[in-house]
Ligand binder design. Structure first.
Ligand SMILES: Nc1ncnc2c1ncn2[C@@H]1O[C@H](COP(=O)(O)OP(=O)(O)OP(=O)(O)O)[C@@H](O)[C@H]1O
Ligand SMILES: [Mg+2]
Length: 772
């Protein structure tokens, strides 16, 4: 049916199609055919999908029962349902809208018998799954060091995601592979026996249900006449196979996606599914949307320019009618604290102009980056929410490591005692722990004291426990004299936590290890000399406890949003900060090593295109990694973004920043050595001014290394003749590089990274340095 006929008859339908451009309208109102909407970010794909459903219901008389819509997150599913209800003005509870996992779960609940599951089957979450795999490995006498449970779990999940069952792999591969298949078989048997279903199994079971049960398949073939999928580029092999099975001969597929936003290849997503879809449904109508409605001209130009560096794209041309808008602000921070402070200051400026907290989003590559941002947001009393994740000090691995530190400080802290005793696991089981608890309670002792009592009542437990107690005492002795960060580092190593999380493998493990490293960085920042007199360990633990309970906004409350670039997919915000654009961080070292630079570039494209009006990009010239200040090179993506869309922002000379010892060395450069300056100040960012140094540097080929840059930016300033980036020699510590200064006059302190003695703060006046 053509929309024109309706525009005159029903005002609701007028509204439905009026808010669409001709290409979108065409996609929404076209007769039912298979359709693939392939279009760039912000071109209205999700909007078209939602309107399509509303149109089908309102005009084509399609019942809510016969629609299946698959989205990427539960949140997106809820929003989509709400939007459709608004458009058609009736509740659409009967409609199936959800994620792939959610839909599979629903099907298995409804058809547990055909799926050969017990009616009350339970979902195994990632932790439970891991534990079960561990038990299975033990039963098979497969050594944990050769087959770490985390690795085996990951392997099993990957098989399931490719649709492979153990029997299909029998007698294949080398010895290790055959052992893994043996573990998969036994694990699967254990799940079946106990009525347990893990996440990957949800999808595989649902797929097999459709494959093996013609009655079920045909029922859904009759039911679902319209199957709509958002973010199609990130479907994996099994999801695609399942979609194909779900769609009967009468069903029409409506898939929307963007090959330039495929960012889950590392998790098995196959962007090739886009071509596959065209091959498997030869008559499929391809729709292209080219007008972007989200971002300003400048932001779009930056995104287009960046993504043009990828090869093998399906190609599209995205434009906007929107005004050019402000230039993208680029900020070269001295270090991560300076970067976070800058972000918070810009947020304050925006909020002063009566903007809302929820307009603001900070996007980062790695989860661990949130810590410093959180610290600054809490200080600035800006409510924030971590979208799709936990606050830094609430993350499991961070709490695990802190439990060990707490226990060193206070052996009678029962919570920390239990946590440290059981993570990493050391063979003290639940029954033994129960016995210990009972004994402690009965004698009114802490768990530590109860365990130390060596009571016979604790039975066999005492062996493993005794070892643990001795380990804690020994660690305490060994680390007593160490500075806080070194102590933390040693604890993370010696407790076995690092090894424990390493075994997990994959992106998740990587994130946990990064968080543990970040914890060492956090500890380092508590070694500040100005806080001498206060015990840094206690100070640090108090800080961690307080931050875990502060700042985060409650659900529904207005808040600034923090999230990884991956979780930002599909979302949009008026003001976006993309932080940490440094080689090694973004693009991540791992991605580059593994040849996934193009996926990283797509991730950057996703980040840029989340912004509606303002985008600020930043990188730090130095960043603490493993507690050591490292000099960073700006991300290669910065070079790939058209330079005319960027303008460099820098602190004004008058604003010598203060609060975080390590960063105020930056004070030197506001005076002017760095680049051209001279550009008019923008109305935003009152403490900052904008220059065209960036452009000049680009013209220079932008190949200055960081030390060269640092030297350049401080060329005209310095403390007592010393400059940032300068090489110096110290009578005891040897040669090093100046990283920052703090304080003034006689009280000036200098931070130096020594080649053989680590990084140290010294009083400049006393330090007996000589320039090299
Ligand atoms: N025809 C239109 N008129 C006005 N606004 C529109 C139109 N089409 C889309 N928009 C708006 O543009 C923004 C981007 O739309 P949408 O989120 O649907 O894009 P998308 O293609 O799904 O983006 P992404 O690739 O990031 O998922 C939304 O705010 C949407 O409401
Ligand atoms: Mg979308």
């Amino acid at each position: 049916m053509q929309f024109d006929a309706f525009t005159q008859t029903d005002p609701r339908l007028v509204a439905l199609v009026e808010a669409l451009n001709p290409a979108q309208r065409e996609a929404v109102t076209a007769p039912s055919e298979h359709r693939l909407v392939l279009a760039g970010a912000g071109s209205g794909k999700t909007r078209v999908l939602t309107h399509r459903i509303a149109w089908l219901m309102a005009v084509e008389g399609v019942s809510a029962h016969s629609v299946l819509a698959v989205t990427f997150t539960n949140k997106a599913a809820n929003e989509m349902r709400g939007r459709i209800e608004q458009l058609v003005n009736v509740p659409v509870r009967a409609m199936w809208v959800g994620t792939f996992h959610g839909t599979a779960h629903k099907l298995l609940r409804l058809h547990w018998r055909e799926a050969k599951l017990p009616q009350n089957f339970q979902i195994l979450d990632a932790d439970d799954q891991q534990r079960l795999v561990k038990r299975v490995l033990k039963g098979l006498e497969m050594a944990e060091d050769r087959f770490p449970p985390k690795m085996v779990t990951g392997w099993i999940n990957a098989q399931k995601e490719e649709g492979r069952r153990p029997h299909q792999m029998a007698d294949q591969g080398d010895y290790s592979q055959r052992q893994l298949v043996r573990a998969y078989t036994a694990y699967q048997q254990a799940c079946e026996a106990q009525g347990l279903v893990d996440f990957a199994e949800l999808l595989l079971r649902a797929y097999e249900l459709f494959r093996d049960q013609p009655a079920v398949r045909e029922h859904y073939h009759r039911k679902f006449r319209h199957v709509l999928v958002d973010e199609f580029q990130d479907t994996n092999t099994l999801q695609y196979l399942w979609l194909r099975l779900l769609c009967g001969p009468e069903a029409k597929i409506f898939a929307v996606g963007d090959d330039d936003q495929s960012i889950y290849g590392w998790r098995g997503a196959k962007v090739e599914n886009i071509q596959k879809l065209s091959r498997d449904y030869p008559g499929i109508e391809l729709v292209r949307l080219e007008q972007n409605y989200r971002s300003t001209g400048t932001i779009l130009k930056a995104a287009n320019g960046l993504i043009a560096h990828n090869s093998g794209r399906l190609g599209k041309n995205l434009w906007t009618e929107d005004r050019e808008g402000e230039a993208i602000q680029l900020y070269a921070a001295y270090n991560e604290y300076d970067e976070a402070e800058f972000v918070v200051n810009r947020m304050r400026d925006y909020l002063d102009g009566h903007g809302r907290y929820s307009d603001l989003a900070v996007l980062y590559r790695s989860n661990a980056q949130s810590r410093v941002l959180e610290e600054m947001l809490i200080r600035a009393r800006l409510p924030y929410r971590i979208y799709g994740g936990l606050r830094f000090f609430e993350r499991m691995e961070v709490k695990d490591a802190l439990a060990w530190l707490r226990l060193l400080v206070n052996r009678d802290d029962d919570g920390s005692f239990e946590r440290a005793l059981t993570t990493p696991p050391r063979g003290v089981g639940a029954t033994s722990l129960e016995k210990l608890r009972a004994f402690a309670k009965q004698h009114e002792l802490s768990l530590w004291k109860a365990a130390r009592s060596g009571s016979a009542a604790l039975g066999r437990t005492s062996g493993a426990l005794g070892l643990f107690l001795d380990q804690i005492d020994l660690l305490d002795q060994q680390t007593r004299e160490l500075p806080l960060a070194a102590k933390m580092e040693k604890l993370i190593e010696r407790s076995g936590l690092k090894e424990h999380y390493k075994k997990e493998k994959g992106e998740q493990a990587e994130a946990r290890l990064e968080n543990l490293d970040e914890l060492i960085n956090a500890a380092k920042s508590f070694e500040r000399p100005e806080e001498e007199g206060l015990d840094p360990v206690l100070n640090f633990l108090t800080h961690a406890a307080l931050e875990a309970g502060e700042g985060q906004a409650n659900a529904g409350e207005e808040a600034v949003q923090l999230m990884t670039l991956h979780s930002a997919k599909g979302l949009e915000f008026p003001v976006v900060f993309m932080v940490g654009l440094e080689n090694g961080l973004f693009p991540s070292m791992r991605a580059v090593d593994e040849g996934n630079l193009e996926e990283e570039r797509r991730l950057c494209y996703v980040g840029i295109t989340r912004a509606r009006q303002q985008l600020t990009i930043s990188y730090a010239e130095t960043r603490r990694i493993h507690g050591v200040e490292q000099i960073c090179a700006p991300s290669q993506f910065l070079k790939e973004i058209p330079s005319e869309t960027l303008v460099e922002t820098r602190p004004r000379a008058a604003v010598l920043r203060s609060s975080f010892g390590v960063q105020s060395g930056r004070g030197g450069y506001g005076g002017g050595g760095f680049g051209g300056g001279g550009a008019p100040r923008s109305g935003l960012g009152s403490g900052y001014e904008h220059g065209n140094a960036w452009r000049e540097r680009q013209q220079e080929g932008y190949n200055l290394s960081r030390p060269a840059l640092s030297a350049k930016m401080t060329a005209e300033v310095g403390y007592g003749g010393y400059k940032l980036g300068q090489r110096v020699s110290h009578p005891s510590f040897g040669e090093g590089t100046i990283l920052s200064f703090d304080g003034e006059g006689e009280r000036t302190r200098v931070e130096i990274r020594f080649a053989n003695a680590g990084t140290k703060w010294l009083m400049l006046a006393m330090a007996k340095l000589s320039p090299l």
